[in-house]
Design a protein around this ligand. Structure first.
Ligand SMILES: *[C@@H]1O[C@H](CO)[C@@H](O)[C@H](O)[C@H]1NC(C)=O
Length: 312
């Protein structure tokens, strides 16, 4: 059953793999929060410690905002002189103390200051927003305009001529009609997919994940036609602790390990780039609906040991 479905997927994905990424394995990256376990903002020294750990498995990291914890000014100095590449994030809507417009303005200002200061040596691209269509905070056309505003800022800085700018959203939003302007407007597209949040059991988790990502990729390819674009899984993973969502499998290290080996390793081997959600647990995150699962998506323990053997 599994092999049959994978070979059907092979037919679907083969043109993409052969034309875009040859037979090379995909790149493995990690989503990184900007807060320490106690909720304090990460400083340059905190990032340096974490990068030393992450670097044993990957050289790509993904961030979400530019200003919330002084992100750019704390992270970018930590990357200087390393071979890490970061996918920076710009948050285009209101959050915490900001109204919608002032937040985006503050994020763009931070970018304008940081890019000339730190250069692009450690920057692989920039996303504008994360699951903003999924949360119905922005429609595709507005998001596309926001992406274009950020692209103008990036292009105006020396070295930023070819840096991809795009967005990240849940796989199902990429499949829906209103995403089209955001696809057209993105040089880099990230699709998130969590079999855990779809209430899947372990025996169907990999298949469900493949199905999600292939649907998103197919839609993006269809809209892009022969325009080049970069594609990544923006977030995926399994929690190491926490109650099951709906009828699915619960969080456990064994389920996290199984999902890693079956879903993540195999898709990397197919040549698809993946940001795993996420590098480290976020203990400061509150429980929701009596489930503390949001704290437990990290693949490393806070002492730097792996929760399970992460080799593929
Ligand atoms: C297994 O995953 C496939 C692909 O997402 C889905 O169509 C199917 O409904 C899932 N099966 C179960 C029992 O949830």
């Amino acid at each position: 059953m599994k092999f049959l479905s994978l070979s059907l997927l092979a037919l679907t994905v083969a043109p993409y793999i052969s034309s875009v990424s040859a037979a090379e394995a995909g790149k493995l990256g990690f989503a990184l929060g900007n807060q320490n376990p106690d909720g304090s903002c990460k400083k340059t020294a905190d990032y340096k410690k974490e990068l030393a750990i992450i670097g044993t498995r990957g050289k790509h990291i993904r961030m979400y905002t530019a200003t919330e914890c002084g992100d750019l000014n704390e992270l970018l100095p930590a990357l200087k002189g390393t071979d890490f590449k970061v996918l920076l994030g710009v948050w285009p809507t209101g959050h915490i103390q900001y109204t919608q417009d002032s937040k985006f303005e503050a994020e763009k200002e931070a970018l304008k200051k940081a890019l000339p200061k730190y250069g692009f040596e450690n920057i692989m691209g920039i996303t504008v927003g994360s699951e903003h269509m999924y949360r119905k905070e922005l429609k595709g056309d507005k998001l596309s305009k926001n992406i274009e505003e950020v692209r103008k800022i990036v292009r105006a800085v020396k070295g930023g001529e070819n840096i991809p700018v795009g967005t990240a959203d849940s796989w199902n939003k990429w499949v829906e009609g209103d995403a089209e302007p955001a696809i057209v407007g993105s040089d880099i597209v990230l699709a998130n997919a969590f079999s855990y949040w779809q209430g899947q059991k372990m025996n169907n988790a990999t298949q469900s994940y493949y199905d999600d990502i292939m649907q998103a990729l197919n839609r993006v390819q269809t809209v892009k036609k022969d325009q080049p674009f970069e594609f990544w899984v923006g977030e995926t993973g399994w929690p190491s602790k926490g109650k099951a969502f709906e009828d699915g499998a619960p969080g456990s290290v064994e389920n996290q390990r199984k999902y890693w080996k079956e879903a993540i390793c195999s898709m990397l081997n197919w040549g698809i780039n993946i940001f795993v959600f996420e590098a480290f647990d976020e203990d400061w995150k509150p429980a929701e609906k009596d489930n503390s699962v949001e704290k437990h998506w990290g693949v490393w323990n806070l002492d730097g040991t792996e929760k399970f053997d992460m080799s593929c």
